[in-house]
Design a protein around this ligand. Structure first.
Ligand code: SD4
Length: 335
């Protein structure tokens, strides 16, 4: 019964596919674009170094900035930045302290992508606090790009990563509370949206990105979202720029959102407009878009940035010109 309830409720936020044209040019997007135009860089100067990340993650962007200031690569910066959130037990949707799946297991997804278009990822991995670093090892030290579950964990251990119980008392308590109803219902911006997606440009102007999460709270065992999947949760093309996502992964996966944003930028669109278009595609295909949140951030080769979400409440942290700032993202659903 509980299981059925879970699946029924989960399907509330699954996606009804409707053939849809591009949303560019619709009223909401025009308004949003004009509001954000001032954020875009109009000169030919390249803004670097730069770090941008999903949500309010000032400690993480500060760590990444510190790495960039030391002359480290964008790849080092995003890895080190993401590790800050992975180690923070208060962030209940990433790494240590992440909320578990419906059976009480904390399973982590992460990926990383470098300036050469190399990519590494781990999915559904337990007991290792820093999946982003394991993802980097997969990228650099194996002939593969993606390792799952026990294989990922065993690989991590073979590389010297320590095993840790990732289920904190606070997350265990929250799960036990949830079990009383077993009701799966994503709540916009509240339930578990703190997944960190981070993009950086280093002093050489090279771009890398990473994304790490414990996924949706109380998900079905084995469920994997967009965050570790190339092109969905993250995509980097060093000639063009990068993008990353947060929110209900199923919707991002079905539209390959981060790849879409990078391709739109390749064709001349600003990061801001490209994020709006990617959200627009999701809105067109999901009549139930009011029920879930998605947020995208993007950066192009010039260091211009953009962000857009379905609903109010998505925040972005950006470290540039020695300033670490949080900004509320523009959003589609203006009631
Ligand atoms: C997922 N996109 O697993 C992730 C969840 C997320 O903030 O972004 N939470 O679907």
């Amino acid at each position: 019964m509980k299981r059925r309830k879970f699946i029924q409720n989960a399907s509330l936020s699954s996606l009804g596919v409707v053939a849809g044209a591009s949303v560019i040019g619709c009223k909401e997007n025009k308004e949003a674009t004009s509001t954000l135009a001032s954020e875009e860089v109009t000169s030919n100067t390249i803004v670097k170094p730069l770090v941008i990340a999903t949500w309010n993650v000032n400690n993480a962007t500060a760590k990444a900035w510190e790495a960039l200031q030391q002359g480290k690569s964008a790849l080092d910066a995003v890895e080190q930045g993401c590790r800050v959130e992975e180690a923070d037990p208060k962030n209940q949707s990433v790494g240590y302290g992440g909320l578990p799946d419906r059976d009480g297991r904390v399973t982590l997804d992460a990926c990383i992508m470098n300036k050469d278009g190399d990519y590494g990822a781990v999915v559904c991995m337990q007991n290792i606090m820093h999946p982003v670093s394991v993802a980097r090892k997969v990228m650099e030290d194996t002939p593969h790009v993606l390792l799952a579950e026990v294989g990922a964990e065993e690989f991590a251990v073979s590389q010297g990563f320590e095993k840790t119980n990732l289920l904190t008392e606070a997350s265990k308590k929250a799960w036990e509370e949830w079990k009383k109803t077993s009701l799966y219902k994503p709540i916009i911006n509240i339930e578990n949206h703190d997944t960190i997606g981070m993009l950086a440009i280093d002093k050489n102007g090279d771009i890398s990105g990473a994304c790490t999460t414990s996924g949706l709270a109380y998900k079905m065992a084995g469920r994997i979202g967009d965050s570790p999947i190339i092109g969905s949760g993250l995509f980097i093309d060093n000639e063009v720029g990068g993008a990353t996502a947060t929110g209900l992964g199923e919707a991002v996966l079905k539209t390959v959102g981060s790849f879409l944003i990078v391709e739109l930028m390749r064709n001349g669109m600003s990061p801001q407009k490209a994020c709006e278009e990617a959200i627009g595609r999701i809105i067109k295909k999901n009549p139930n878009y009011e029920d879930f949140q998605i947020g995208y951030i993007a950066v192009n080769k010039k260091g211009e940035t953009g962000s857009y979400s379905i609903h109010e409440g998505f925040w972005v942290t950006k470290y540039v010109n020695d300033k670490n700032t949080n900004t509320a993202s523009e959003f589609y659903n203006k009631k």
